[in-house]
Write a protein that binds this ligand. Structure first.
Ligand code: HEC
Length: 511
């Protein structure tokens, strides 16, 4: 069996090696038409749409936009762009489409007619959703060569025997220790997975860069398939851009608050402030009678995503009223007095430590002690320093809790791995992140199959539902959902005192 596979591979290699230089040029032009809708000179090809023959720029309707970067079509939608890899188009028994249209196998001539005239091998009309392209004979030929190669073409970072993953972790400075903890966990996971036989016969390899400059260089020399659990202190936006420019999937960036406009290839593990603020409202609704209460939100940007999420949530839940103010209003005792006179009972606070201290000091002087809820993890210390009369009224929401029970099968594997590899239990949050991100990568790769592409991988990760990634709550993604564990724990913070868990995991709905 093994020798037969080896022989097949040898034949394929020989066949590839003997492909002529003309074919290479054809593949390049074909690739450009397919992915960019541009001709040899870089100018867009011309396309016509529908029975009215509306002219379109080919760059707006590149084949890959509809048929997928891997040519395998789309599994969902209205009229489905089918799999158009060459092997598929030329299957001897042809195709029956969901619309009922039926035709025999394509050959090079009928393919040319499909692309330029919109008819199938049996002369049937291809649905008007598929544009017609003004391509020359040699351009169609180049496209054909490319479609033949496409099924064999692998995305960067994937070879016959390995899949290479990249990560960016600081090695020095204050963040270096966390970076090293993440790296140790990723290495342990990858080592263990390879000992278990890898994924679909491929070993995983990890390429670590210390920062984005190094990553650009290192991943240039050794292309990676996806990024796993990177930690980019202070350069989060650049990390997202780095990944988007290279079409790199980004799984479980550490501490990176979920950004709504992140590329669709980015999968966060835990929610950011806007969603944690919603967790707090859910908690208040369960415990404090949200409908009868008047609320104020003090946020850095009254038009930002946290404010917007709160407005929507309050409207949906019919809370007793919501005043949204910039957090700097906390520094103005007049503004604080106004909130008191409005009868505000609950304050959602997402400002700075200084603003928090000013708010609680001014309110305390006025004898006003509303409940204050914060989605900002960095405020915990300031909260413990609040005036004593706020006892029992200060709450924070956190996406992770060290003492939360970890009972799932994968959570036990996490503990075992940590113990067996002598990783210690320092930087537990970093370890959990790294483990969960790898568990998601492993599952995504398994589901994507041996024939993995970045697109298939992203689709597989997107389809995870209540997946047990180990030491985190269950992970679910979806077409519009990029936060895996959507929810949080609420903890009461005592002035001069400690922290007391006051809720189990509170799951919230996708916004
Ligand atoms: C705007 C989306 C879109 C773009 C762009 C697009 N297609 Fe299509 N294509 C479709 C849809 C939808 C169908 C299926 C129509 C149907 O079922 O009748 C289709 C069908 C086809 C078919 C017929 C397959 C069959 O089995 O009948 C071929 C071949 C094809 N496309 C090739 C291409 C090529 C090559 C390009 C780029 C030059 C391209 N398409 C660009 C949407 C698109």
């Amino acid at each position: 069996m093994r020798t037969r596979a080896a022989a097949t591979i040898a034949v394929v290699l020989v066949a590839l090696a003997s492909a002529s230089a003309a074919d290479d040029a054809g593949t390049d032009l074909g690739r450009r038409i397919y992915h960019e809708g541009r001709a040899a000179g870089g100018e867009p090809v011309r396309a016509l749409l529908g029975s009215a023959s509306t002219p379109l720029s080919g760059s707006a309707v590149a084949c890959g936009n509809c048929h997928g970067a891997d040519g395998r079509g789309r599994p969902e939608g209205g009229v489905l762009p089918p799999d158009i890899t060459w092997d598929e188009l030329t299957k001897p028994y042809g195709h029956q489409h969901p619309s009922g249209r039926r035709h025999g196998p394509f050959d090079e001539r009928s393919f040319a007619r499909a692309v330029t005239e919109g008819v199938d091998p049996n002369g049937g009309r291809i649905d008007a959703a598929m544009p017609r392209y003004a391509l020359s004979v040699s351009e169609v030929a180049a496209l054909t060569i490319y479609l033949k190669a496409l099924a064999r073409e692998r995305d960067p970072g994937v070879s016959e025997a390995t899949i290479r993953l990249g990560t960016v972790l600081p090695d020095a400075g204050p963040a270096g220790e966390i970076g090293r903890a993440i790296r140790a966990m990723l290495r342990a996971y990858v080592g263990d997975l390879n000992e278990r036989g890898g994924v679909h016969g491929r070993r995983l390899e990890l390429v670590v860069a210390g920062d984005l400059e190094q990553a650009a260089k290192r991943f240039g020399e050794k292309p990676v398939f996806a990024l796993v659990s990177p930690y980019a202190v202070g350069s989060e936006a650049r990390l997202l851009q780095f990944a988007a420019e290279r079409r790199l999937g980004l799984i479980g960036p550490f501490t990176l608050a979920a950004t709504p406009d992140a590329s669709l290839q980015t999968f966060f593990l835990l929610p950011g402030e806007a969603d944690l603020a919603r967790v707090l409202l859910e908690f208040a609704a369960r415990n404090a009678g949200l409908r009868s209460q008047r609320w104020a939100a003090l946020v850095p940007d009254p038009d930002g995503s946290t404010a917007q999420a709160l407005r929507n949530e309050c409207r949906r839940r019919e809370c007793g009223g919501l005043e949204v103010l910039p957090a700097s209003a906390a520094l103005d005792p007049g503004a604080v007095a106004r909130l008191m006179h409005l009868g505000i009972e609950g304050v959602l606070f997402a400002g700075s430590e200084r603003e928090f201290a000013a708010l609680t000091a001014a309110a305390d002087r006025m004898g006003w002690h509303p409940s204050i809820y914060t989605p900002v993890a960095g405020l915990a210390r300031a909260m413990t320093a609040a005036p004593p009369a706020f006892a029992g009224r200060l709450f924070g929401a956190y996406p992770m809790r060290a003492d939360a029970p970890q009972t799932s099968a994968a959570a036990r594997s996490f503990e075992t791995l940590r113990r067996d590899r002598g990783l210690g239990d320092q930087h537990a949050a970093a370890q959990r992140f790294a483990y969960a991100a790898m568990a998601i990568v492993e599952e995504g790769l398994r589901q994507a199959g041996r024939d993995v592409s970045r697109e298939r991988f992203a689709r597989a990760v997107e389809s995870l539902h209540r997946f047990d990634a180990g030491p985190l709550p269950p992970i679910s993604y979806g077409p519009g959902r990029r936060v895996g564990a959507l929810g949080g724990y609420v903890v009461a913070i005592e002035p001069q005192g400690g922290f007391k868990p006051v809720s189990d995991w509170i799951a919230i709905e996708q916004r």
